[in-house]
Write a protein that binds this ligand. Structure first.
Ligand code: BV8
Ligand code: ZN
Length: 239
């Protein structure tokens, strides 16, 4: 592991432009369950059952109970040394773009700025009627489903399965990865697309890829440096 760590450190040190992609694994040590791990969020449900427009149309109350529960977990959690290490890395790097699949907002709370949230933000609510987006960080929400001033029903401001990603955010993420010298992929099972496709884009663009994960993923054998360990320990060690 340490010669890989040394190699990854060197690549980061010589990088002009760095892109980072994070998944639920970086928030695991903040006490937020991941999506597909043993203690997963989806334990009693399958993702397609809750994180889809169909599920919300069928049972907005159930979907909102799940999101309200997650918002409570996130509000009680704090960024961990992994989130903070990425803030430090951004300060040291000439250029760093942080792309996250997470909707928990922990990168912002750690002090990261300009975070590209490709799957949206759990603290944003979007009106199904007038499309307005309101930011509401109250936990728990006073009523479920929450209502817009226009009377319409508000939905979580996140991207569900079958929904397209915010185009401007996604385009910025692709550009950042294809222009980077090093792509650091942290805590993602890389099963959800198009986000996971950023790793293919990096490889096709000749970018050095570093993966930080406690387990192997389908990409582990093809990245330049696969660092096995918890991100709250490995990221600070990378610095
Ligand atoms: C799209 C937001 C098309 C909501 C999320 C069938 C039906 C419908 C769609 C599809 C389908 N088959 C394929 C698709 C496409 C689908 C997809 O990829 N499905 C997968 C499951 C096969 N994708 C989509 O639907 C996307 N949209 O394709 O649109 C389209 C195109 C044009 C026009 C119209 C439509 C939208 C995908 C976004 C879905 N939204 N979340 C919410 O959060 O509630 S996805 C959800 O999974 C989260 O965002 C999460 O971030 C993401 C990925 O999961 P991970 O972050 O990787 O988390 P996971 O638990 O899986 O893994 C954790 C990892 O961390 C593990 O590897 C673990 O080892 C590691 N780890 C754990 N602890 C640590 C650690 N690592 C380091 N340290 C630790 N301590
Ligand atoms: Zn409205």
């Amino acid at each position: 592991m340490d010669e890989r760590l040394e190699g990854a450190r060197k690549a980061l040190r010589h990088a002009h432009s760095i892109a980072v992609l994070t998944g639920a694994g970086i928030s695991a040590e903040s006490g937020i369950p991941t999506f597909r791990g043993p203690d997963s969020l989806w334990q009693n449900y399958r993702p397609e059952e809750l994180a889809t427009p169909q599920a919300f149309a069928r049972n907005p109350q159930l979907v909102w109970e799940w999101y309200d529960w997650r918002r409570g977990l996130i509000a009680a959690a704090a960024p961990n040394p992994g989130h903070h290490a990425l803030v430090t890395l951004a300060e040291r790097a000439q250029e760093l773009t942080l792309i996250t699949q997470n909707v928990d907002g922990l990168h912002d709370r750690a002090g990261s700025s300009g975070v590209l949230k490709v799957h949206g933000d759990i603290w944003d609510l979007r009106c199904m009627n007038c499309r307005r987006v309101v930011r509401d960080t109250r936990v728990p929400l006073p009523e479920l489903p929450p209502r817009c001033a226009c009377g319409g029903m508000l939905r979580p401001g996140v991207v569900w399965f079958g929904e397209s990603l915010p185009q401007d955010v996604w385009a910025a993420a692709e550009t950042a990865v294809s222009r980077s010298d090093v792509f650091l992929v942290v805590g993602t099972s890389a099963v959800v697309y198009p986000a996971a496709g950023l790793i293919d884009l990096a490889r096709d663009s000749g970018v050095v890829v570093i993966e930080v994960n406690i387990a192997d993923t389908t990409y582990s054998r093809s990245v330049d440096f696969a660092l096995h360990g918890p991100s709250a320990a490995v990221l600070p060690a990378l610095l």
